[in-house]
Design a protein around this ligand. Structure first.
Ligand SMILES: CC(C)(COP(=O)(O)OP(=O)(O)OC[C@H]1O[C@@H](n2cnc3c(N)ncnc32)[C@H](O)[C@@H]1OP(=O)(O)O)[C@@H](O)C(=O)NCCC(=O)NCCS
Length: 174
């Protein structure tokens, strides 16, 4: 398996990977494939952080990290949203999602980002180093349990002095 940057030629296949991955997913609106299409056209898009997992010539997984802001009364900070991450159902549970997350962290760090924010399952993401956003005084703009609001520091003290409310790209609002 290789993990590489998505290219324009991959869009159709990635669309169906996301659609299939989320088909049976519990906490999903089943429109994640359209979210990715909107984000690709937005200012929040970073081409290097739309990545695919490929086995032979088949795309089996995808991950997208886009720009967001954390804002408080006096400051705003740059960070990234991890959303969504998708693995084809028949390839799940083999570590592909984990590899996509790991490689996206590595690339985000190379590009100079210090942190990532996500809304996700409290049992899955801590293994990659995610912690509750609340610990850092960071709030996500969703009415969801705090256990699901998570952040990771990509570098030591990457969130030092950073707190506030997360402002997602407007494309997340449909
Ligand atoms: C979430 C997802 C990307 C993980 O990819 P994967 O390749 O299956 O994951 P890995 O093989 O790296 O890790 C498997 C582990 O993740 C757990 N896991 C997988 N999906 C999970 C989910 N939605 N919630 C909680 N845990 C999950 C498995 O139980 C397994 O745990 P274990 O190692 O303790 O047995 C994939 O399952 C998927 O596409 N799911 C549907 C879409 C989705 O829910 N995406 C996440 C929201 S953005």
């Amino acid at each position: 398996m290789i993990i590489r940057q998505e290219t324009n030629n991959d869009h159709k296949e990635v669309f169906s990977v996301i659609e299939s991955a989320f088909k049976e997913a519990e906490f999903a609106d089943h429109n994640e494939q359209f979210l990715v299409e909107r984000l690709r056209k937005s200012d929040a898009f970073i081409p290097e952080l739309s990545m695919v997992a490929q086995i032979d010539r088949k795309i089996v997984g995808h991950i997208l990290l886009t720009k967001l802001k954390i804002k408080n009364k006096s400051n705003e900070f740059d960070s990234l949203a991890l959303a969504p991450v998708s693995v084809l159902p028949e390839f799940q549970g083999k570590g592909i999602g984990g590899k996509l997350i790991f490689e996206s962290h590595k690339k985000a760090k190379e590009l100079g980002y210090n942190s990532i924010i996500l809304l996700g399952h409290e049992k899955y993401y801590p293994r990659f180093g995610y912690e509750q956003a609340e610990k850092y005084g960071i709030e996500l703009p969703f009415d969801v349990p705090k256990e699901n609001c998570m952040v990771i520091e990509l570098v030591e003290n990457g969130l030092k002095g950073v707190n506030g409310i997360v402002e997602y790209p407007k494309e997340f609002n449909k």
